[in-house]
Design a protein around this ligand. Structure first.
Ligand code: NAG
Ligand code: NAG
Length: 435
């Protein structure tokens, strides 16, 4: 009896708390207690004429009745769905994308996606799938993106049809980065690259095990593989979240279509050349909160569309000559919380910023030497240019870069009327003019 009273009291307290929140949730609740409450917690939004239904992280174990049927994008990431039964989504006829990542899905019936004739994107990564067949994909003739990585795939005869489908050359974005977990001899191999003939032929499997050359192949999953370490999201833009993953280097295999990449709060010390050369769509790169000390001059090669670069909270002291030359469309550059040293090496950065007035930057403050500590770096450079006697300039020339070019930073003050010049011209020692 006492227990019952306790429960009743608890219910009342919860009810009162919910009631205080008021609004739509309460009205829906009064009709039906448990199920509709979830429905009301989901959010419908309209973006560019397309309807998104956001039910992420709602502890859902199933798709609920009563959701709007005319939606284009259904976001169900980070729930607890385990099984997808036939016709689960068949009333969402306009659906273009379906995000089911980070659930606990271990079974998908062949008719689960029936009716999704317009679906182009299906996200099933970070689940518990061991088997699936090509049959489940047949109702979706428009499917272009299918993510299957970070599932414990069992690469045997049952997976044969799916593997062959993934390997069709035109299916470029289907099943990339998915890897076998079992059997042991295939563990770590990519479904995309597996020899499909082996799956259903025990004879050849045995040979593969005995063949010493093949034995080295099933490399354990590379530790720095981005898709297994980070979370990928497709909407509203392809985005990869690698925050706080203890990364010491930029991970390999970043999917080529990623637009926003968050690598903040790791322990990356240096950027090597061409780290991002394949991620050509990248618009935002966040490297804040790492231990960056050096950036190769070719580290940002290929990032033609990068608009925002966050390098704040690192250990940067200066930029090597040329580091920023590839970033044609940069708009924002965050540089705060770095121990910038105000000596001649910092001039390149100021020179570049001067010639890219569209770029807004923050946090460029001297930390050394002591006499300039706390100064905006621009002020230091101005002072330098104003005070520097001729002999100091000539006698104290900074390091030239590998091409043997003399830094042109000082000419920046002079050039202004003439308009920008190529940075790598051979204008040796033209820097003598003083104001
Ligand atoms: C980069 O990441 C840090 C820490 O996670 C965050 O505070 C900052 O706002 C991010 N910068 C951008 C430009 O998104
Ligand atoms: C700087 O980065 C460290 C390590 O990632 C983090 O713990 C700290 O909170 C960051 N500081 C700021 C001001 O963001």
């Amino acid at each position: 009896m006492r227990l019952l009273c306790g429960l009743l009291l608890l219910c009342l307290v919860v009810w009162a708390a919910e009631a205080r929140k008021g609004g739509r949730a309460r009205r829906v609740r009064s009709r039906d207690h448990t199920t509709k409450r979830f429905a009301a917690d989901c959010k419908e939004t309209l973006v560019n004429g397309e309807k998104y239904f956001d039910c992420q992280e709602r502890h859902l174990t199933a798709v609920l009745l009563g959701w709007p049927e005319d939606i284009h994008h259904l976001l169900l990431a980070r729930n607890r769905i385990q099984v997808l039964r036939d016709n689960t989504f068949s009333h969402f006829r306009n659906l273009k994308s379906l995000d089911l990542q980070q659930n606990e899905i271990s079974r998908i019936d062949d008719g689960a996606f029936d009716g999704l004739s317009k679906l182009t994107t299906l996200l099933l990564q970070h689940n518990r799938l061991q088997v699936a067949s090509e049959g489940m994909l047949i109702p979706m003739p428009q499917l272009k993106y299918l993510r299957l990585h970070d599932n414990p795939w069992r690469c045997d005869c049952q997976l044969d049809s799916l593997v062959r489908f993934i390997q069709v050359p035109s299916n470029r974005n289907i099943g990339n980065y998915a890897r076998c977990a079992e059997p042991r001899e295939f563990s770590g191999r990519q479904l995309k690259k597996l020899d499909a003939e082996m799956l259903c032929s025990p004879e050849q499997e045995k040979e593969a095990i005995l063949d010493p050359e093949n034995q080295q192949l099933p490399a354990p999953q590379k530790k720095s593989d981005a898709t297994s370490l980070c979370h990928t999201y497709m909407h509203p833009v392809p985005r990869m979240d690698c925050r706080n993953r203890d990364l010491k280097t930029v991970p390999a295999d970043i999917p080529l279509d990623i637009v926003k990449l968050d690598l903040s709060r790791n322990t990356i010390k240096q950027l090597r050349q061409k780290e991002f050369v394949n991620v050509k769509e990248l618009k935002l790169l966040n490297l804040s909160g790492n231990s960056l000390e050096s950036i190769d001059t070719a580290a940002f090669t290929g990032l033609l569309y990068l608009g925002e670069l966050d390098l704040s909270n690192n250990s940067l002291r200066y930029f090597q000559y040329g580091v920023l030359e590839d970033l044609y469309f940069l708009k924002r550059l965050s540089l705060g919380d770095n121990p910038w040293i105000c000596d001649y090496n910092i001039h390149y950065l100021i020179y570049w910023l001067k010639h890219h007035p569209d770029v807004s930057h923050t946090g460029l403050v001297c930390s050394e030497p002591e006499e300039f500590r706390g100064w905006p770096v621009e002020n230091y450079v101005k002072t330098y240019n104003a005070e520097c006697p001729k002999d100091k300039q000539l006698g104290n020339l900074p390091d030239t870069d590998l091409a043997g070019n003399t830094p042109l930073e000082l000419t920046a003050e002079i050039d202004e009327e003439e308009g920008p010049r190529p940075y790598r011209g051979h204008k040796k020692f033209e820097i003598i003019r003083l104001n």
